[in-house]
Ligand binder design. Structure first.
Ligand code: ZN
Length: 156
């Protein structure tokens, strides 16, 4: 297992539009494995490649139902609304209220570059939107209603 350094807000990588992935090679496979390891180690529910300094359109998500790998994700449809607290591994110790769609349908490629469709509601919909924003250089703090709050995470 290999952990990568998570870039924090203020790092240029988090403001860039990431490049499409054209092939999955050994380096891409290693990146995806490292992203999953890094996300689990940090107790996150999602991580985008620019958060570890790689400007490629790759995200990993796990809301507790197993790992999801999304390469070149595109949101196809959204509906409804949810308002709730959101955080980001690149903005440690903070959370803020963000309104997102309650339902998202997206397409993406898996590690074998096979295209698939994913539908998510609630937390999964929120995670897909949040991670896709990273690929276009956006952080959730741009969408926060009110102020960012301090969060104390219990270490256990
Ligand atoms: Zn994030």
């Amino acid at each position: 297992m290999a952990l990568r350094n998570i870039r924090n807000m203020g790092d240029e990588c988090l403001t860039k539009v990431c490049k499409e992935v054209t092939e999955v090679n050994k380096r891409t496979e290693a990146l995806i494995e490292d992203m999953l390891d890094t996300m689990y180690e940090a107790n996150g529910v999602g991580l985008a490649a620019p958060q570890v300094g790689i400007l490629k359109r790759i995200v990993v998500i796990d809301i507790g139902e197993g790992p999801i790998v999304m390469i070149n994700p595109v949101i196809l449809e959204t509906s409804g609304e949810q308002t709730g607290d959101e955080g980001c591994l690149s903005v440690p110790g903070k959370a803020g209220t963000v309104t997102r769609p309650n339902y998202v349908k997206a397409k993406a490629f898996n590690e074998n570059m096979e295209e698939y469709i994913i539908e998510g509601e609630e937390l999964l919909a929120r995670a897909i939107c949040h991670e896709c924003d990273h690929l276009d250089g956006h952080l959730y703090v741009e969408k926060v209603e009110g102020a960012l709050k301090d969060v104390n995470y219990d270490e256990d």
